[in-house]
Ligand binder design. Structure first.
Ligand code: UGA
Length: 430
C-alpha cells in the first residue's frame, strides 16, 4: 500500500520506516528541510537503535522517500498518518496548534485529489480531537464530506524511544478507531503486515486507550517509587521486593523499576493532559495528580541523599553519568537529569557529565555543564558521582574507572552499576 507519514519525529519516522520495512511504499513528509535532507541522504535525524540502517535499506529498495511537499506526499499515497507533535500549553492542557495547521493544510490538498484517501491520526490527542478538530478541518478545507470523499481514523502509537523500530515491527496490539467501516477496512489491511491482534473500535475509544495506557504505566512507576521510598527507609532494596511482586501474573514485572522517576516527551505531558481533560469535564483525577506529584519529587531525592553524604555542594565537583531520560536515546526532554543537574548548579556545584548519546541535546538546554567523552574522564577529580541513566555500558564500569575520584561517594538514581564490579555505592531506593 502507499502511505504518507506527516511529521518525522520519533513516532513518525519510526512508524514510516517500520511500514516500509514491512513492504509498504512510504513517503515521509516534514516541514523541516534539514530533517528531510538527512533522511534523503540515508541519515536518521534522531538516535534510535537500528533506525538509520532501516532507513537506508528501505530507501535502497525504493520503498522510502522523504519530502517537504505535503501535496506530493498525499497525492502519491492512499493513506496519510498525522504524526505531528502535541505539546503542552503552560497549564498542562494539550496544545493542538500543529494538529490544527496540518489538518487544514491536508484538507486543502484533499480538495485537489481524486479517489478515496484515508487520513489517520497517530499523534497523541485527547478524546474528541479527531472528531471535533481534525475531521471538521479536513471537511471545511477540502469541500468534501468525511465518509464519502475521504476516510478517517485514529490509530494510537505505543512505541517506546530506545526500542522504537522494534516496537513498531512487533506491536502487542493494533488499535484502530474508525470513522466508518470503509476507513477501518483500509487501516486494518495496512496493519495486517504486522500479524498482531487488531481491535477495531470508535475514534474516541482509540484516543482514550493511548492516554489510559500511558497513565497506567506512569502510575505504576510512581507506585514502584512509593514502595521504593519506603524500602529505602527500611534499609532494603526495592528491586528485591518488586521482583517478587512482579511475578504475580495480575501485576506483571514490567514498569516496576523504582528510581528517580519517569521522564521523556510522553508520560509527564500525557498524564497532565489527561488530568486537565478530566478537570475540564468536571472530574478531578486525584490518583493521576498524585502520580505526577510523586514523580516531580523523585529526582530530588538523589540530591538530598548526595547532600547527606557529601555535605555542602558549593564549589564541589560532581560527576553525573547519564543525561538522557532513558538508555538508547539522545532525547533529554523532561529527563530527570535536567531537574537533578539544575538543582546541583543551584547549590553551587560544578558538574562534569557523561552520556553516550544525550550530551549535545543536554548542553543545548543547560550549557553550564561540562561534558566529557568517557565516564572515566568525567569521574576524574570528582568529589562525588551520581548515576542518572541505566546505559548498558555503565554495567561494565569497574572500581578502577572510579579510582580517579577525589572522594568516593557514588549514588545511583537507576539500577545501573554492577555490584560485582563496583563497591561501596548506594541507590535512591536500594
Ligand atoms: C512511553 C510508552 O512506554 C510507550 O508505550 C508510548 O508509545 C510512548 O510513551 C509515547 O506515548 O509515545 P517512552 O516515554 O518512549 O514510551 O519510554 P518508556 O520506556 O515508557 O520510559 C518512560 C520513562 O519511564 C523513562 O524515563 C524511564 O526511565 C521511566 N521508567 C520506565 C521508570 O522509571 N521505571 C520503569 O519501570 C519503567
Amino acid at each position: 500500500m502507499k502511505i504518507s507519514v506527516i511529521g518525522t519525529g520519533y513516532a513518525g519516522l519510526s512508524t514510516g520506516t517500520g511500514l516500509a520495512a514491512k513492504g509498504h511504499h512510504v513517503i515521509c513528509m516534514d516541514v523541516d528541510e534539514n530533517r528531510i535532507d538527512k533522511i534523503k541522504s540515508g541519515l536518521s535525524p534522531i538516535y534510535e537503535p537500528g533506525l538509520e540502517e532501516a532507513i537506508r535499506s528501505a530507501a535502497r529498495e525504493e520503498r522510502l522517500e522523504a519530502t517537504t511537499s505535503l501535496e506530493h506526499a498525499m497525492k502519491n499515497s492512499d493513506v496519510s498518518f498525522i504524526c505531528v507533535p502535541t505539546p503542552s500549553k503552560k497549564d498542562g492542557s494539550i496544545d493542538l496548534r500543529f494538529i490544527e495547521h496540518v489538518s487544514r493544510d491536508m484538507g486543502m490538498v484533499l480538495r485537489g485529489m481524486d479517489g478515496y484517501h484515508v487520513v489517520a491520526v497517530k499523534s497523541t490527542v485527547v478524546p474528541g480531537t479527531t472528531e471535533r478538530v481534525v475531521i471538521p478541518n479536513l471537511e471545511e478545507f477540502s469541500g468534501k464530506n468525511a465518509g464519502e470523499g475521504f476516510g478517517a481514523g485514529m490509530v494510537p502509537e505505543f512505541l517506546r524511544e530506545g526500542s522504537a523500530l522494534k516496537d513498531v515491527l512487533e506491536p502487542d496490539r493494533i488499535v484502530i478507531g474508525e470513522l466508518d467501516r470503509r476507513s477501518g477496512d483500509v487501516l486494518e489491511e495496512l496493519h495486517s503486515v504486522f500479524g498482531a491482534p487488531v481491535i477495531r473500535t470508535n475514534i474516541k475509544v482509540a484516543e482514550l486507550v493511548k492516554y489510559a495506557s500511558n497513565a497506567f504505566l506512569a502510575t505504576k512507576i510512581s507506585f514502584a517509587n512509593e514502595i521504593g521510598n519506603i524500602a529505602k527507609k527500611l534499609g532494603i532494596d526495592a528491586y528485591d521486593v518488586m521482583k517478587c511482586v512482579g511475578l504475580d501474573n495480575r501485576i506483571s514485572p514490567h514498569f516496576l523499576r523504582a528510581g528517580i522517576g519517569f521522564g521523556g516527551s510522553c508520560f509527564p505531558k500525557d498524564v497532565m493532559a489527561l488530568v486537565r481533560k478530566g478537570s475540564a469535564l468536571g472530574y478531578e483525577p486525584r490518583l493521576l495528580e498524585e502520580a505526577i506529584k510523586l514523580n516531580r519529587g523523585q529526582p530530588l531525592r538523589i540530591v538530598d541523599l548526595l547532600r547527606k553524604r557529601a555535605g555542602s555542594l558549593k564549589g564541589r565537583s560532581i560527576a553525573v553519568l547519564g543525561l538522557a531520560f532513558k538508555p538508547e536515546t539522545d532525547d533529554v526532554r523532561e529527563s530527570p537529569a535536567l531537574r537533578v543537574v539544575s538543582e546541583l548548579l543551584r547549590y553551587g556545584a560544578r558538574v562534569r557529565a557523561y552520556d553516550p548519546k544525550g550530551a549535545e541535546n543536554f548542553r543545548n538546554v543547560l550549557p553550564k555543564v561540562s561534558c566529557f567523552s568517557t565516564a572515566r574522564e568525567a569521574l576524574k577529580g570528582a568529589d562525588a558521582c551520581i548515576v542518572l541513566t541505566e546505559w548498558p555500558e555503565f554495567r561494565e564500569l569497574g572500581d578502577d574507572d572510579f579510582s580517579g575520584m577525589r572522594e568516593r561517594i557514588i549514588i545511583e538514581g537507576r539500577k545501573a552499576l554492577n555490584p560485582n564490579r563496583v563497591s561501596g555505592f548506594e541507590g535512591v531506593c536500594w
